[in-house]
Design a protein around this ligand. Structure first.
Ligand SMILES: Nc1ncnc2c1ncn2[C@@H]1O[C@H](COP(=O)(O)OP(=O)(O)OP(=O)(O)O)[C@@H](O)[C@H]1O
Length: 278
């Protein structure tokens, strides 16, 4: 269990996290929020790569503010940062092996077996000998995920993990993460509301460094109940609408003339919560 209390981080006096309270347990939690809401800052604090200015984190009874406990926590977490900054001349295998060394997997044979295991998990076995600079963006993203899986962490922290993945890879990613979520705590940030709807049993929406919503994806979608409409004519007064593939108009906000209600999705709830509907 991970308990976050009153977490605060300021940059130049401006709060990126503003007294955030959150509890994380086993399962997959998605973090949504507009650019600059504080998602990466929160994940970096959890990953112990950034020290908060105030508040506390208790992860499995360990306090990352205390050096010895921080090291113990690092052994139990895997982190996919937003911008992994890989060494381009390393092969995929060597790069993951290097991270495994940093994670103190000292037995060479066991470490290499673990590197092969995580590369297989992300379907990169056939690219093990390929240099990082020759991998596609999606392959690099999977490599970033592979290194986060080393040592079977209890806490998996994924900052925008689906960026650059094609639909097939995205499906494999969802299958892998939902399987991991059965036994460990997964927290991932994303701008993809479909990922949240498909994968997360819980969603937290951050806004201005605070939790503006904490509940299930269905509950988030429910915020837009009675706010999503389909009509045959373009709704002249609506601010947000678009033409769907079947030629009808979908509106989020007040009911346009002769429109019928349709079921909201996670994105509708998210936009309504943030007040971006008409
Ligand atoms: N190293 C830094 N120096 C100064 N300001 C920073 C730094 N890192 C983040 N910030 C600021 O803190 C706020 C929160 O940033 P953060 O990256 O956590 O947001 P985010 O929700 O992850 O955004 P995005 O969706 O764009 O990735 C922003 O206003 C950002 O400009």
């Amino acid at each position: 269990m991970i308990q976050i209390n009153g977490l605060t981080k300021r940059y130049g006096g401006r709060p990126a996290l503003d007294g955030l309270d959150l509890t994380l347990g086993i399962g997959v939690t998605g973090l949504l929020g507009p650019n600059g809401a504080g998602k990466s800052t929160l994940l970096r604090c959890l990953a112990t790569t950034l020290a908060p200015d105030g508040g506390s984190i208790d992860a499995y009874g360990l306090n990352p503010a205390a050096p010895v406990q921080r090291t113990a926590l690092r052994r139990r977490l895997g982190y996919l940062p937003q911008d992994p900054g890989f060494y381009p001349h390393f092969t995929a295998f060597d790069l993951v092996d290097y991270v495994a060394i940093l994670k103190e997997l000292t037995d060479r044979a066991a470490r290499h077996a673990e590197v092969r295991r995580v590369l297989a998990e992300v379907e990169l076995t056939d690219k093990a000998g390929t240099k990082v600079r020759k991998l596609s963006g999606g392959m690099r993203q999977r490599l970033a995920l592979a290194q986060a899986l080393l040592g079977e962490p209890d806490l998996l922290i994924l900052d925008e993990p689906t960026v650059g993945l094609d639909p097939e890879q995205r499906m494999s990613f969802r299958a892998l993460v939902s399987r991991l979520g059965e036994s460990c705590t997964v927290v991932l940030s994303t701008h993809q509301t479909e990922d949240v709807a498909a994968l997360c049993e819980r969603v937290v929406v951050l806004r201005d460094g605070r939790a503006a919503f904490d509940g299930t994806p269905r509950e988030l979608a429910g915020i837009a109940d009675g706010r999503v409409w389909l009509s045959d004519e373009a709704p002249a007064a609506a601010r947000v609408f678009w033409r769907t593939a079947d030629g009808r108009y979908r509106t989020l906000g007040d009911r346009p003339p002769a429109a019928e209600a349709t079921r909201p999705g996670v994105e509708d709830g998210y936009l309504t919560l943030l007040g971006e509907a008409a």
